[in-house]
Design a protein around this ligand. Structure first.
Ligand code: RIB
Ligand code: CA
Length: 322
């Protein structure tokens, strides 16, 4: 039985691998993509998403463009500068052939609301960018939180950050939206933070193995991974150089087999005020929130990941189809 999902993306290089894994793995069915302002402008994210789907021969998967900015702040907490670290890891445009494909609409929020309202099968919602579209859907439709059976979020971190000392990019880019999503009361929320994605980081040997398949997805994934390794080595090296996380694809992999991540059921909230800590995911590992704020656990938080199992999903999905 394949698992259905909708990906909410700010396509970037790791979003691109997540899209290809969701579209090509035998155990998954990518129902559609919604795009959001994040790694680059939402227009670029949409164009990049369409290029990926066209390049891997999946032009019928619908793409709906979403929010151009955070739900509350006028822009990111600081203006995104071309050439900044995020741009260097992702770039405004992915190095793929141009496409004539167009977004089905510029109303991703309405698409999300209607699709989950009318779904006859369970569809997982997998946001791997800032949570602006998801928060807007919550604000627009009181039933949205009930209509979505499962949310798997790539975002957050425990005690450190990659955009500031305290915050991970997706949460930092729209902290009010993230606070709404974690506090909404979805039936099942899984959070795949940096603590897990870094444990599934891949190296050039993995890229070479994917490239050896000779498929569009294998070649593209290898290109993106090698670019990410070079970028990470130069701007935010992992403890072992020559490796880079493919954050968003691990969130998709968690739908293929939950055992690819190790999770704990804890309370998670988001800091939206602190000058130094805005965008921090506050993960209550000591279970203090329930004791003193009567707020129960609300999220399955991944603290570990199985790199080999994760890579096996990519390798299988990007190999030639029989
Ligand atoms: O912090 C990692 C996240 O930020 C990933 O989703 C990456 O694509 C960027 O959006
Ligand atoms: Ca992303």
């Amino acid at each position: 039985m394949t698992k259905k999902l909708i990906l909410d993306v700010d396509t970037g290089t790791d979003d691109a691998v997540a899209i290809m894994l969701a579209a090509l793995h035998d155990d998954l069915e990518l129902v559609g993509c919604t795009t959001v302002n994040g790694n680059t402008s939402v227009e670029n994210c949409t164009e990049n998403t369409l290029k990926v789907l066209d390049y891997i021969g999946m032009p019928k998967i619908p793409v709906h463009q979403g929010l151009t900015r955070p739900i509350a702040r006028q822009d990111f907490p600081e203006p995104r500068k071309e050439g900044d670290q995020g741009s260097r890891i992702h770039g405004p445009k992915l190095p793929l052939p141009d496409t004539s494909l167009k977004a089905k609409s510029n109303n991703a929020v309405e698409y999300l609301i209607e699709t989950f309202r009318n779904a006859t099968d369970e569809i997982a919602l997998v946001p791997v960018g800032p949570l602006s579209n998801i928060a807007a859907a919550l604000a627009l439709d009181p039933d949205f939180v009930k209509n979505v059976p499962e949310v798997v979020i790539m975002g957050g971190s425990h005690g450190w950050g990659n955009r500031t000392a305290a915050a991970e990019f997706n949460i930092w880019a729209d902290p009010e939206a993230a606070a709404m999503v974690f506090g909404a009361g979805f039936r099942k929320v899984t959070m795949v933070p940096l603590d897990a994605t870094y444990q599934a980081a891949l190296c050039t040997a993995h890229a070479d193995a994917l490239e050896a398949h000779g498929t569009p997805a294998g070649k593209a994934a290898a290109t993106f991974l090698k670019h990410r390794i070079a970028s990470y080595d130069s701007i935010q090296p992992l403890p072992t150089k020559g490796y880079a996380p493919i954050h968003d694809a691990l969130a998709v992999a968690a739908l293929i087999a939950p055992e690819v991540i190790d999770t704990k059921f804890l309370h998670v909230d988001v800091e939206t005020v602190g000058t130094l800590t805005v965008g921090r995911t506050v993960i209550d590992t000591q279970v203090r929130t329930e004791a003193f704020r009567r707020k129960p656990a609300n999220c399955h938080v991944a603290f570990g990941a199985n790199r080999d199992l994760f890579f096996s999903f990519l390798n299988s999905a990007f190999s030639p189809k029989a």
